[in-house]
Structures are given as C-alpha cells and as structure tokens.
Design a protein around this ligand. Structure first.
Ligand SMILES: [Zn+2]
Length: 81
C-alpha cells in the first residue's frame, strides 16, 4: 500500500470529490485523512464548500490557497516537534 503525503492529498482532492480516483488511491486518501487532522479539516472544509456551491470547479481551488494550506501543514508539523 502506498502512503499518501499531504501535498498529494491536496492535489487529489478534486478528483476525490468527483469520485474520479482509482480504488487504491481512494483508499490511500481515506487512510491519510483518518490519520492526519490537518487533512481531515481540509477535506471537511472542501465538503462544506461543495455543499454550499453545489459543485466543484477547478477555479475554486486557487494555487494560492494550495500554497497557504501546505504552509499551514508545515507549521503544524513544526509545532509537534
Ligand atoms: Zn495530511
């Protein structure tokens, strides 16, 4: 079983919500979300956003938002040291 990183998860979140992930990647995604509070929060926020707007477009995920999120992940990891 491959392990998924936070960065990979962020890159795959659109496909995840479109049910476009292969079964094994989806399983890795779910496993990561179950083990990573940061990603669990991110996925939950995405779920709420999708529920609000009734869908997900590529435009909804800006490169800036991805970068901010990844910086936040790094911050959380530093805190745990
Ligand atoms: Zn993560």
């Amino acid at each position: 079983m491959r392990e998924m990183t936070c960065k990979q998860l962020v890159e795959l979140v659109t496909a995840y919500f479109e049910n476009a992930l292969p079964t094994d990647e989806r399983a890795a995604f779910d496993r990561h979300v179950g083990a990573c509070p940061g990603c669990a929060t991110y996925v939950e926020q995405m779920r709420q956003t999708i529920a609000l707007v009734g869908g997900l477009r590529e435009d909804d995920i800006s490169p800036d938002a991805e970068r901010n999120l990844l910086q936040a992940f790094r911050g959380w990891k530093d805190d745990q040291r």
